[in-house]
Structure formats: C-alpha cells, structure tokens
Design a protein around this ligand. Structure first.
Ligand code: DGY
Length: 331
C-alpha cells in the first residue's frame, strides 16, 4: 500500500504531480483554509503533511494523528508548528530557508522605500483625481540613501537587506539580534551591533525581520515606538505579533513616527481597522516571497523534504532542511 500524505493548501500542479509519483496524495484542490477540526480529520491515516504558514499544527492535532511522521512547511517561518510537540512525538518538521532570502530582502527594501517616499499615499491621491498642480512640498518624504538603516533580526534575510542598504544605497547599518554576528560578517557592511533601545533611537528606517516566537510578541509596542525619531519609518516583513499593530496605528496617526510598511499583521488576513484608515502606511498581503521563481523554489523544496522525510527519492531519510534533525538521528 502506498504511503498517504495530505497537501493542505493549493500548490503548483507539477509539484503535486511529483508528490503523486511517490505517495497517495489527498490535495486541497479548492485552496480553502480548513478549520482545525477538518484538518485534523483529513490527516487521519496520513504519514505526511505538506503545509503553509496558515495551518496550525499543535499537540492536540498531533495526538489525534499518532501515525504522522513529517510536517513539511512551504515557508521559512514555522511558528505555525509546535516543533517541541512534534519532536516529542518523533515527527520531523522541515521549512524552506535560503531559497527565498534575496526575493524577500528585495521586497523588504521596496516596502521601506515605499514608506519613506510615501508612494502609496501619493498613488491614492492621484487615482482619486486630486492632483491638480505640482507643489514644492507635495508628498515630501525622507531620503533612504545615506540614512541609518536599523535591522531587528540579523539572520539571512536581515543580512541581505543590510547588503542592499550598505552597498547599494550608502546607508549606515545598525542591528540588534539575539547574538552578535561574527566580525567577518559585520565588516563588509560596516554593520554596528547595538541594543534594541539604541536601534529604535538611532534608526532612520527600521526593518523588522526577527522570526516570531512568544519571546518577541509585541517586541515593538507603544513605549518602543515612542523612542523612535518622528521622521523614522518602520517596516515589518517578519510576522504579525512582533509589532503591536494597535500601538503602531496610533503612533502613525499621531505622527510620532513618519510612516510604516507592513506585509504581515496580527491575526492576518484580518488587518487592524485603525491601520486601514491611517494614510501613512503601505499595506501588502504577506507577499514578500511572492515571485514566481521563488514560490516555485519553495514549493519544490517543501516537496523534496516530504519525499525524503518519508523515506523516498534519492535523499531518502535525509530531508534537505529539517528544523528538528534530532528526530531523524533517532530513527
Ligand atoms: C515564510 O516563508 O515564512 C513567508 O512568510 C511565507 O509564509
């Protein structure tokens, strides 16, 4: 009998076809988000789950599916998965790092520039037919080149954004991270490690790329925003919940900071209603990794992981990017 897997969301047809070469696949053809009870039920009898950040994999779901051996997320982030619960039950978890680094950094930089140069506000103004004359102070924003770029979370994507800023735009780079980078990584960017408080105080443009965990929930709240320059921008491409969206909306409305660019939201796809009514924020629907090439690469890597994690293909037993490799060692 063939091994059964569940593909919990829509995916490229050729990726589905490849999975079908190895497995008996139940796919989510309509791409609707299944409520937890339905996801739990559909996982019955499945050895593997191909998931995205939208599916929550917790201890309760795992206990209802003791046959599950692999959860392969088509995302670099895996805060939707209780990795400790998976590890305790011998379930291997994988993600899709590296293949999206540059694309996501491009987007983060673009969002930061859009916020700094007020592109969304200006576009709405034009589309509304309100542009009647050129004016010396119309939509004046702040410079990106030569400014201080602050990065919260200096992992692969944070470093890729820092490279764009330092080498392409002559920006001074400061960062805060759980641990300081090696001098060899800091030196080419002249990147300076600072405390989170100094990062907030000194950044002209703050970009948040820190992976979500309960430890960084609301790492940026009202008191933190109050430390920022009134001319500063804040861009979040990490995860909703790192920033307190209600506090951010208030800071934007009161012009305690100049502008923001947000690709991720607390409780998305819902967006805090106050963010929808403040003008000085650019809002996008969690698309930082969304180029055709990168989404294909993520989908293929997640499939490679599932195939290998369930003992098939040329890398049988050795998925390329495990999050909890200790599970594999114990098999
Ligand atoms: C990721 O890969 O984590 C992106 O945020 C898409 O979910």
């Amino acid at each position: 009998m063939r091994v059964k897997v569940l593909v919990a969301r829509g995916v490229f047809p050729e990726v589905l076809a490849r999975l079908r070469e190895h497995f008996d696949v139940e796919a989510n053809e309509t791409d609707e988000i299944w409520p937890k009870a339905e996801l739990t039920r559909r996982l019955q009898g499945k050895a593997g789950a191909y998931t995205t950040g939208s599916e929550s994999i917790d201890a309760e779901l795992l206990d209802a599916n003791p046959q599950l051996r692999a959860v392969c997320n088509m995302a670099v982030g895996f805060n939707n998965i209780d990795v400790d619960a998976c590890t305790a039950r011998g379930v291997v978890v994988t993600n899709t790092p590296d293949v999206l680094t540059e694309t996501t950094a491009d987007f983060g930089f673009a969002l930061m520039m859009a916020a700094a140069r007020r592109m969304a506000e200006a576009e709405h103004f034009l589309r509304a037919g309100r542009w009647t004359k050129w004016s010396y102070d119309m939509f004046t924003g702040s410079d990106v080149h030569g400014a201080t770029l602050g990065i919260l979370g200096m992992g692969r994507i944070g470093q890729a954004i820092a490279r764009r800023g330092a080498l392409g735009f002559g920006m001074r780079v400061i960062y805060h991270n759980r641990s300081r980078l090696d001098a060899a990584l800091e030196a080419p960017l002249a990147a300076r490690y600072v405390t989170q408080e100094d990062l907030l105080r000194e950044s002209d443009h703050l970009v948040i790329v820190v992976p979500y965990s309960p430890a960084v929930h609301h790492a940026i709240g009202a008191a933190d925003l109050a430390l920022m320059k009134p001319t500063a921008t804040l861009t979040n491409i990490a995860r909703g919940g790192v920033v307190d969206d209600a506090a951010l909306a208030q800071a934007l409305r009161q012009r305690r900071i100049a502008a923001a660019g947000l690709d991720v939201f607390e409780g998305e796809p819902r967006v805090h209603p106050d963010l929808l009514t403040v003008p000085n924020v650019v809002l996008t629907p969690h698309i930082a990794s969304a180029t055709v090439a990168t989404r294909r690469a993520m989908a293929e890597l997640a499939a490679d992981n599932l195939i290998a994690a369930l003992g098939c293909g040329p890398r049988a037993g050795r998925p390329p990017t495990p999050v909890n490799p200790q599970v594999l060692a114990g098999r």
